[in-house]
Write a protein that binds this ligand. Structure first.
Ligand code: GTP
Ligand code: MG
Length: 202
């Protein structure tokens, strides 16, 4: 079986768990703080610039956003957390939605937790990763924006972040750059492998 990432379509949004599409396809979920590059990564995986809205203004994505990839999986963009310009109650609503989502019985095959390679993981990142390790769900950390650093610095940051989070196996941390299109092929392969598929030529 092969999966063609170019066949990625936006299917809808959900503000609450009961608005989510039926759980009949395996799901790959993206999480991470606002502005880390979740929407950009979805576009890059699909080889399509404008599929998911990206923004200079953090906090654009306030809903769970769904994409269907080649009728074989759902790519789910969870609301980003940690942006300043919304009220405390709105922040709590997004964060609750993300938590409920991960604890729901949906067929989540893997969680990609994104971290900006330049920044130290914050309290929410630390909690999220601890939760993922406990949960038994397959997870991967994606270090974004590596174009902002030299190759050597990026590798050093990967080691530092792994040490900080207490992760021994460096293969749990991918390095990506959207602007330089680095690390995208590897992520497609990782995602496809989770559903027992190969990546079709794009
Ligand atoms: N240089 C560089 N910029 C990036 C990269 N990935 C994303 N960006 C930029 O970072 C900003 C935020 O990206 P988004 O993809 O909108 O971030 P998001 O995680 O979806 O943010 P929310 O929707 O607010 O949760 C945009 O200006 C992107 O162009 C990258 O790999 N390198
Ligand atoms: Mg977004």
């Amino acid at each position: 079986m092969a999966i063609n990432f170019r066949q990625t379509k936006f299917i809808g949004v959900a503000a609450k768990l009961d608005q989510c599409p039926p759980p009949d396809l395996p799901e790959i979920v993206m999480s991470g703080r606002s502005n880390v590059g979740k929407s950009s990564l979805i576009n890059a995986l699909a080889g399509h610039n404008k599929l998911a809205k990206t923004s200079q203004t953090p906090g654009k994505t306030r809903l769970v956003i769904y994409f269907n990839v080649d009728n074989q999986l759902l790519l789910t963009d969870l609301p980003g957390y940690g942006f300043a310009k919304v009220s405390q109650s709105e922040k709590e609503r997004f964060s609750k939605l993300a938590d409920q989502y991960l604890q729901s019985k949906r067929p989540i095959q893997m969680v990609l937790h994104l971290l900006d390679v330049r920044h130290k993981p914050n309290q929410h990142d630390i909690q999220m990763i601890a939760w993922l390790v406990e949960s038994g769900l397959p997870w991967q950390i994606v270090l974004t924006k590596i174009d902002k650093l030299s190759r050597l610095q990026a590798l050093k940051r990967r080691q530092e972040i792994a040490d900080f989070l207490g992760i021994d196996d460096l293969s749990h941390l991918n390095l990506v750059s959207i602007t330089k299109k680095q690390g995208i092929t590897e992520l497609r392969e990782l995602i496809a492998a989770r559903i027992g598929a190969e990546v079709a030529d794009m």
